[in-house]
Ligand binder design. Structure first.
Ligand code: MN
Length: 322
């Protein structure tokens, strides 16, 4: 049984008004965990504001309560005085939330499952064995006495599905399946999660996929794949950044590929590299060398140079760790 530290339970129980945030470019775990936390805390009679810097990927646009998210770099009303507790979810460093200039100096409850969390909170609950942050939160909510409703259970289930790649990655451990079973018993609806994740694509996302497919390159006898998304491709497809969610799974699906980098242009000669790998291959090492981070099998960082240079560089670095 996983137990949160009593200092965390005390801080939550005694708090009244919560600000909850998560990392830049939020993924399914960041979003599902945040929405579930807000629902759970409200059930305990708390005030909760969710503040994320970046917009949510298109596929998560219809999640319950998503319209209540406060987005951008402008603080929500009353910040910071109106809040007596600040929770960061999934942020190994305060900088990962992208709101550090506002949060610096505040007492933070740091809940995370990433490697290399630098324990910047007044309370730090970091469990790197947790398959998703939502899994860890399900233990927290149990100990807080929250009775999960269907929507909250479904949001937590979503975090496990997205972080384990649909129970396919090496973090699809017994803990992942135990938690998923418990959440389904509590009312989680796997078919709803499947609809959100796999059958809610806007047409622009498929046009963007069509733009990306011809850019796939194989390196080192096909053990590494790279692909590219430029601003021009987004324009032609009529797509927004959120439409790129999941596209990396296509180069990853090629037989024999052990490491993948998807490069997305974010500025002149500037690329966000999303990295993926299988098994023991640790792409987090490559990402952290460039000031990024993540997990062993999924990480990201920013690279500088023209697209060909960046592609050769990251392919070389991935081949080096195979
Ligand atoms: Mn996560």
């Amino acid at each position: 049984m996983i137990h949160p530290p009593s200092t965390l339970l005390d801080a939550i129980t005694s708090g009244e008004s919560f600000l909850v945030t998560s990392h830049q470019n939020p993924d399914g775990d960041a979003i599902g965990s945040g929405l579930a936390t807000a629902r759970a805390l409200r059930q305990l009679g708390k005030q909760v504001t969710l503040w994320y810097r970046d917009p949510v990927p298109t596929v998560y646009g219809t999640l319950p309560d998503i319209e209540h998210l406060h987005l951008g770099t402008t603080p929500p009303t009353g910040f910071p005085h109106a809040f007596d507790r600040v929770i960061t979810l999934e942020c190994p460093s305060l900088a990962r939330c992208g709101l550090e200039e506002h949060l610096e100096g505040l007492d933070i409850l740091n809940i995370d499952h990433h490697l290399g969390n630098d324990d910047y909170g007044v309370v730090n609950w970091v469990d790197t064995e947790a398959p998703s942050l939502g899994e860890l939160l399900s233990h927290l909510f149990r100990e807080l006495g929250v009775a999960l409703d269907e929507a909250t259970a479904t949001l937590l289930y979503l975090t496990i599905v997205t972080d384990t790649g649909g129970f396919r990655f090496s973090n699809a451990t017994d803990r992942a399946f135990d938690a998923a079973a418990g959440l389904v018993r509590a009312g989680a609806r796997p078919e709803q999660v499947s609809l959100w994740l796999y059958e809610s694509q806007p047409p622009a996302a498929l046009r963007l996929l069509a733009e990306m497919l011809p850019t796939i390159d194989l390196h080192g006898d096909g053990r590494v794949a790279t692909a590219l998304l430029t601003g021009e491709m987004f324009e032609r497809a009529g797509a927004s950044r959120g439409d790129a969610e999941g596209l990396i799974d296509y180069p990853r699906s090629i037989a024999g590929v052990e490491g993948v980098a998807l490069l997305r242009e974010i500025g002149p000669d500037q690329y966000k590299a999303s990295l993926r790998s299988r098994g023991e291959v640790d792409v987090e090492k490559v990402a952290s060398r460039h000031g990024g981070g993540g997990h062993r099998n999924a990480a990201g960082c920013v690279l500088h140079g023209n697209p060909d240079e960046v592609r050769q560089q990251i392919a070389g670095e991935l081949l080096n760790i195979l």
